[in-house]
Design a protein around this ligand. Structure first.
Ligand code: GLP
Length: 259
């Protein structure tokens, strides 16, 4: 079965609950599950729900999508800090199983290829959680990123720095450079689970699902991925032309296809 499945729910809470159900099933059923994780506002509820589920994380291995260059792991705005605050500090994960690109690596190309090696050594990512930028980026793969790209350094666009300025208090404080898994890296995950909520994401979601596949909208390459679930609220779905069809499909899923 190869498909992008669009699940539209009335609220972000309900869409997140479906995503949490998919992840918890994997964590319960697969020995040594490998999760790809994301940061940002979007997955915060997801992590809260996963914490509340009290799953056993001892065997879980995680790889985060991205990190800012130049921020210490203890920096309030580092994605490492975000992940420990929102998830890892509240579950019984082993610190050695957590992987986040290093924003302080001296040799960035070397540490990026080492990151890729570690993903391979762990057996590849079973399920990659994704958010989406308002311009359609995934991870920090900005528009025009190579669709075959691997983990590497990227320069943020003005739009992304502006969008993330809310976390830093001011636009000037947002770093210019980041390390991100590439689009090729993300595409190798066995399953992708993308969440998007709110009107601000409606254009990006429509372009990803119904637009042409183009590096202009990096998320659109997910149309080529064998197994993607997109969990959105009504607001983020508001510009999808075939929204009714996706709703009907989800409501009438054969039992054997249900999560
Ligand atoms: C950043 C992150 C992405 C995230 C995006 C959207 O650019 N690197 O992984 O998906 O922002 O963020 P938010 O969920 O806060 O809207």
């Amino acid at each position: 079965m190869s498909q992008m499945e669009i699940i539209i729910q009335p609220t972000a809470e309900q869409a997140t609950a479906i995503a949490a159900g998919i992840i918890s099933k994997l964590v319960r059923e697969k020995p040594k599950p490998v999760l790809g994780l994301a940061t940002g506002s979007t997955p915060q509820k997801l992590y809260r729900m996963l914490v509340d589920m009290q799953l056993d994380w001892r065997e879980v291995v995680t790889f985060n999508l991205d990190e800012y260059v130049g921020l210490a792991p203890t920096d309030e705005n580092s994605y490492r800090k975000f992940m420990w605050d929102h998830l890892f500090d509240h579950v019984n994960i082993a610190g050695k199983n957590v992987h986040i690109p290093s924003g302080e690596a001296k040799n960035i190309p070397w540490s990026c290829s080492r990151y890729e090696q570690k993903i391979r050594a762990a057996g590849g990512v079973d399920l990659q959680v994704l958010g989406i930028g308002t311009e359609g980026h995934i991870g920090f793969n900005e528009a025009t990123s190579s669709l075959a790209s691997r983990t590497r350094i990227k320069t943020l666009t003005k739009e992304t720095r502006k969008a993330n300025a809310r976390f830093f208090g001011s636009y000037d404080k947002v770093p210019h450079h980041v390390i991100t898994m590439g689009i090729g890296t993300i595409m190798e995950a066995r399953q992708c689970l993308l969440l998007a909520f709110g009107n601000k994401k409606a254009g990006a979601v429509a372009a990803m699902v119904e637009g042409p596949i183009t590096s202009w909208v990096p998320a659109s390459v997910l149309q080529m991925h064998p197994r993607v679930v997109v969990c959105v609220d009504e607001a983020a779905a508001s510009r999808l032309k075939k929204a009714d069809y996706y709703r009907w499909t989800y409501e009438n899923k054969p039992d054997w296809q249900r999560f």
